[in-house]
Write a protein that binds this ligand. Sequence first.
Ligand code: SF4
Length: 667
Amino acid sequence: MEFPYLFSPIKINTMELKNRIVMTAMHLGYTPVGEVTDRLIDFYALRAKGGVGLIVVGGCPIDELGGMASMICIYDDRFIPGLKQLTDAVKKNGAKIAAQLYQAGRYTHSATIGGRKPFSSSAVRSKFTGETPRALELNEIPEVQDKFAEAAVRAKESGFDAVEILGSAGYLISQFLSPITNLREDKYGGSMENRMRFGLEVVEKVRKAVGPDFPILMRLAGNDFMEGGNTNKESRLFASGAEKAGIDLLDVTGGWHETRIPQLNMCVPHQAYVYLAQGIKSAVSVPVLASNRINDPHIGEEVIRNGQADLITIARGLLADPDLPNKAKNGKSGLIYHCIACNQGCFDSIFRLQPATCLVNPRAGKEGELKSMPAPEPKKVLVIGGGPAGMKAACTAAERGHKVTLIEKSDILGGQLLLNQRIPGREEIVTADRDLVNNLKALDVVILLNKEADIPFIKEMSPDAVVVAAGASPILPDIPGIDGKNVVQAWDVLAGLIGVREKVVILGGNAVGLETALYLANQGTLSPHILHFLMTSRAESIETLTELLNNGNKEVTVVEMTKKAGKDIGLTTRWTIMGELRRLGVNIMTNTKAVGIKPDGLEVETEDGPDFLHANSIVIAAGSRPENSLVNEIESLVPEVYTVGDAKEPRNALDAIKEGFLVGLKI
Ligand code: SF4
């Protein structure tokens, strides 16, 4: 057994888990009116079948003011029959299931609760919603606490194996706990003991309502990461109190939604917040669950083996690959499709009020609809292009029993995914390439590298179906001086084919332009391991180290024609990239048009008139055009021809992989 710690059973009160992998609650957008749907059931049943030990669903609003109507509601008995179907489906497939009891307090937006005013410990404006809640009256507090207890009883009646009280991320219980949001002068405010009272009384009431044997979990912030807020020290005190009040497991995550410290983005290192769980573990004797940026069984095994936590969370990782636990258990960890923390399919969709899906798993959220059925008749399939769309099409077609050949003109598979490998904080995208390659090999797809797709080859192969996934090529804009020696393409810079000089202007402020800026502005700064060495050996002062971290050897300017740079970057990622560019001193000029390139810089037209930007190197990031000239030529030669990904129209990897998948299902 490769992962003995991860796959050892554990008992949480009376609940026996077969392994230490927990899928924590995620808002998925599959319950538009709060009732359980077939879509939700199909989604979680497949994750249960994939071998996860415990699934926590939710958040489940405990009252009508606690959250959005589109969450998995538990505030009324009318939800019980649907919830029962959900718990039956999960349990039938071998996992345990818990309901997360959710009351968002000042994180509730009034628009989502019919214009009513949300409540909190005190009337402190929320940066998350931009609204100011009202403070709960003293006599209202027991009523709210009772709602938690009533919801817990409903969960028990619905067949849940446990409940999880949500006390993290800046929701109602954290609002009482924090000196920033709790300004009360009664017994629920002031001292730490008083601020803990609301949450601990909730635990006591829930315990009393469900009895001594029913497992109660609590999710809490290991550090709020809010200026003046609670740190791990206060969290340890609260965790210890919660244990005494009747909690059976503490699920430790990072900070509040309002914090500027990233929690779930790709730039957050793996295991970044395990130290917070470790801190809580030192203060309690009940099991502790470590969360955030654990996407692989090797990482989970290490955390548990090292004694930093007793269980680990993999949530988005199971969106990406429902079979992750079974693959790990059965010696197939090399075939896991990892979550790459891109947030493009999941959180970015949720913020756009769309149901969650996944960049690496287009089937996520459509389990009932998009089934991979064996092909009625195996066909000879040729996929042209080894980027994400082509690889996904090849994998999907091969899984269905087709005989697939994939040809790629370069010497490596991955296409534009590979351009991310040098961009600090974006390197993990390359994992999506590695996972597809591993699966292609396991599926016996014939891979031909350094091979151009030409008519003689296609005629000789005589395929039944061709998928054109030849990608795109960068555009060279029509600007005087574009053929100058000082002009290079961003793709060549990111591929490491060419270097640039110290003063750089990047033409184009889309994702590629900004990520190229990030790459170049980081050149000459300290790498993480050199920083660690210099810091631990006290070779330089903190001030010098900070200076060396923030200042490289390039002066970078980005020129963008429109009024906003990075429009094609998802909401949940853009702010981290913009923050990094600011830290590194990158100058971003919007509403600025390039009009001419000279040997010593770029002529631009700004809102204030013409300007000249001195530079030694001009990097072009002006978009791309599809590579699909072959399609017309082969249409008369091959019965089925499909065009996918950037070859159809340049877009992002989410669209590319989805299209490859859908064509793979169709052939
Ligand atoms: Fe992970 Fe990205 Fe999929 Fe979300 S969309 S689960 S972050 S791979």
